[in-house]
Design a binder for this molecule. Sequence first.
Ligand code: ADP
Ligand code: MG
Length: 316
Amino acid sequence: MKEFELIQHIFKASSMANIEGRRDILLGIGDDCAQVNVPADQTLVLSMDTLVEGRHFPYDADPSAIGYRAVASCVSDLAAMGARPSFFTLGLTLPHSDPQWLSAFAEGMAELAEPIGLLLVGGDTTRGPLTITLQVHGYVEAALIKTRSQAKLGDDIYVTGVLGDAAAAVPIVTDEIIVANDLYDYFYERYWRPTPRLIAGMALKRVAHAMMDISDGLAQDIQHILLASNVGAVLQGNQIPISDFLRDWQPDNALTIALTGGDDYELCFTAPKSTREEISLITQTLHLPCCRVGEVVETGFSIEGYAGDLEGWQHF
Ligand code: ADP
Ligand code: MG
């Protein structure tokens, strides 16, 4: 078997590439193209992410962790649209073909992709520095798509989960600093296994106005909503959700890290005040941690109770 044939074989044999029982996927890996029937009442949303070793994840990391996180970070964009994951393609650039590495990488991807119904339908493989490109696709009713431009004056602003852990984890997972075992285990998980908020996105799409996922830090990412919606925001510094681990470990920097750190892949959304009860019902039913952190105002951007520097954030 030739080198790249072996690679295709590994992916084709994976559970995440099995099209059995899928009415929407007519042809998967192995032909010139994949073939998809988008369900009649849905539109297709798609998003691409590229991850470069040494830049977007550390060198010589566990391949299954790389695979899991690649899918998680990409699928988070589907969650932010309120979409249901459907299929993805994979562009792989590899320094050399190492079947063991590839099998573990595929396993890590499948661990997340399979249970959420995200099917691998094709890709391309080339030689070069380790680079991973995923294009993920999802289905969502056209009328319910959540864009960044739908925030309205007076909306509440919410975020899911806790913020800052993934950014705080970077020096830990790269062994730049050594911490106690329990801290290491917690932050390792928080960096390598983010939880894309898919169920939350699908449940909130009927209530939320604007929605996006937080990949570069709340203070920066919320600017996208403000710009696209032509509004401003006031956040409450003391309402920003922070884990006990982060607060205990970095009491002085926790809020700054939570506001500016990336890679958490939580959702930020706005919703009219009249939906507060409905939102708390949804989040309680889903056991979804979700905090109201501020309000949409006419113009400007401020964080009450935060003494840090906000310059450079306001509309970039
Ligand atoms: P072609 O030369 O027609 O582009 P390839 O030889 O590149 O085909 O790929 C053969 C099959 O293997 C195609 O169905 C392609 O989608 C699949 N494939 C190649 N690389 C990957 C990959 N990294 N992940 C998933 N599928 C892949
Ligand atoms: Mg090809």
